[in-house]
Design a protein around this ligand. Structure first.
Ligand code: IDP
Length: 137
């Protein structure tokens, strides 16, 4: 089943010069790039994107981090793209993520973990609309 998913390459990855490495993994897997844009995330957009987390203790530093520099916002597509991206990304905490995954190979933090991928069809639709506009979802 072909799906579209929202992917964010976070500011730590841009600062560390890992955009090419990360994008290459998605491309090598066979996912298609539907949209790709360098974005400076505002606090307001962060609050909307992470609406389910805004009350959590870890949210203030997460908001600070995700607005700390430019990110790459993307829509990727392919067979079961939502789950495939989550598998490529690896577990949330880079210290526990499996080797072979983006986070497992390249991240050592549970906050600065390089990437975001939508976790369901519902989230993908919401996030694509939020980042790229409702008419394009
Ligand atoms: P996910 O990005 O793997 O889907 P979520 O649980 O949706 O993980 O959390 C969103 C983001 O919030 C994570 O990618 C990470 O940057 C940050 N985060 C999650 N849990 C923690 C935590 O316990 N401490 C610090 N940051 C966290």
């Amino acid at each position: 089943m072909t799906q579209r998913t929202f992917v964010l390459i976070k500011p730590d990855a841009v600062k560390r010069g890992l955009v090419g490495e990360i994008l290459g993994r998605y491309e090598a897997k066979g996912l298609g790039i539907e949209k790709l844009e360098l974005r400076q995330v505002t606090g307001e957009l962060a609050d909307q994107h992470y609406a389910e987390h805004v009350e959590r203790d870890f949210y203030p530093p997460l908001r600070e981090f995700v607005t700390s520099g430019p990110s790459i916002a993307m829509v990727l597509s392919g067979d079961q793209a939502i789950e495939v991206v989550r598998l490529l990304n690896g577990a949330t905490d880079g210290r526990a993520a499996a080797p072979g995954t983006i986070r497992g190979d390249l991240a050592l933090s549970n906050r600065e973990n390089l990437v975001h991928g939508s976790d369901s069809e519902e989230s993908a639709a919401r996030e694509i609309a939020l980042w790229f506009g409702a008419e394009q979802s």
